[in-house]
Write a protein that binds this ligand. Structure first.
Ligand SMILES: *[C@@H]1O[C@H](CO)[C@@H](O)[C@H](O)[C@H]1NC(C)=O
Ligand SMILES: *[C@@H]1O[C@H](CO)[C@@H](O)[C@H](O)[C@H]1NC(C)=O
Ligand SMILES: *[C@@H]1O[C@H](CO)[C@@H](O)[C@H](O)[C@H]1NC(C)=O
Ligand SMILES: *[C@@H]1O[C@H](CO)[C@@H](O)[C@H](O)[C@H]1NC(C)=O
Length: 310
């Protein structure tokens, strides 16, 4: 027999149906890292924000990290961590940090025995080459093209490397496009394209995410399970079979949009000053990064409908 307490709980759940359902909507740790902005001017400060929607009150704090050495090491140095970093949810990276501002930065959250990590990017607006997209998600065996575009009038020899300084220089790759005919798990990583004589960190940076199953399949290594349909550009997590939704969308199949300026799997987090325009929003793999809903372009400041600037 149900106790009075259970009855009360059921009643509460009926009333607060969204609140009660929220924790079961996703099994993945919901973390979003926001780059404001993904391109910075020579003399500008730049920000990172980390958002986390957890079911545990007692989380282990927000941790920023540097994913690979893009030329200034992998330490989240004091230069990279001024301002509110002590409180843990955002970091203002001062202009005086110079080239330390360039890189692939992450926020990692531990919720119980689960870990979630999201990775974002910062580049010089004066960079010689810009990526067409900061992340590309591919499924095992897919053909993939990592695409850069020339932004300066610099000439010389282009080079690609994977995994940062001390990583692998990809010999024979000297164009703006890097093509992989059949992608493997080992291809996942952070790629940089730069002019050989560049000493000013004017490289383009991007990341390739590889799902360990063929498209629409999950559960490696056999990958026999079928993925759900993920709407609005959501991507099926190869390990859990759940949809990882684009920032600003939620629901089991990413079928719902958050209200304006809101993010997170329960739409409870707001971008700084309530507007995500022009910022790069990145969530956990295998989704990666994208613009706020309704915006596109590498700077996330172009309207999707008519291509004019806001
Ligand atoms: C994680 O923790 C939950 C509850 O604490 C437990 O049921 C589950 O088995 C754990 N999972 C792993 C992979 O350790
Ligand atoms: C490249 O462009 C800059 C300004 O955009 C100009 O000052 C410079 O002379 C150009 N360099 C070459 C080699 O064309
Ligand atoms: C790179 O690839 C894209 C798409 O395949 C193509 O449109 C573009 O022209 C290529 N760029 C170069 C420089 O080859
Ligand atoms: C293009 O989109 C922007 C932003 O929604 C809007 O302000 C502008 O009026 C639109 N222009 C046209 C011609 O529809």
């Amino acid at each position: 027999m149900g106790t009075a307490r259970e009855t009360r709980v059921r009643w509460l759940c009926a009333v607060l149906v969204l609140v009660c359902l929220t924790p079961s909507i996703t099994g993945v740790v919901d973390v979003t890292i926001v780059s404001k902005y993904q391109f910075f001017a020579e003399s500008a400060d730049t920000w990172l924000y980390c958002y986390y929607t957890g079911s545990l009150v007692n989380q282990n704090g927000y941790r920023f990290g540097v994913e690979v050495d893009t030329g200034s090491g992998t330490a989240f140095t004091p230069q990279r961590a001024s301002g509110a970093f002590i409180r843990g949810t955002s970091s203002r990276i001062l202009d005086t940090a110079g080239d330390f501002r360039v890189g692939a930065f992450s926020c990692q959250i531990r919720d119980g025995n689960q870990t979630g990590k999201a990775i974002t990017f910062k580049m010089k607006s004066q960079a010689d080459v810009w990526p067409v997209a900061f992340t590309v998600t591919a499924s095992l065996g897919d053909p993939v093209t990592l695409q850069m575009v020339q932004k300066s009038n610099r000439t010389g020899t282009l080079e690609w490397r994977k995994g940062g300084v001390g990583g692998t220089v990809l010999t024979g790759q000297n164009g703006l496009n890097l093509t992989i005919t059949s992608v493997q798990s080992s291809d996942e990583g952070i790629y940089e394209c730069y002019y050989q004589e560049d000493t000013d960190r004017k490289q383009g940076i991007m990341r390739l995410i590889v799902r360990d199953c063929a498209e629409n399949k999950w559960g490696p290594p056999s990958c026999t399970d079928d993925c759900p349909v993920c709407y609005n550009g959501g991507v099926c997590d190869d390990n859990t079979g759940e949809c990882v939704c684009p920032p600003g969308f939620h629901g089991h199949n990413c079928e719902s949009a958050c209200s304006y300026g809101m993010i997170g799997t329960s739409c409870t987090k707001a971008c700084a000053s309530g507007d995500c325009t022009g910022q790069l929003l990145c969530v956990t793999d295998p989704y990666g990064c994208s613009c706020p809903p309704g915006l596109m372009g590498i700077e996330c400041n172009t309207g999707k409908t008519n291509g004019t600037y806001y």
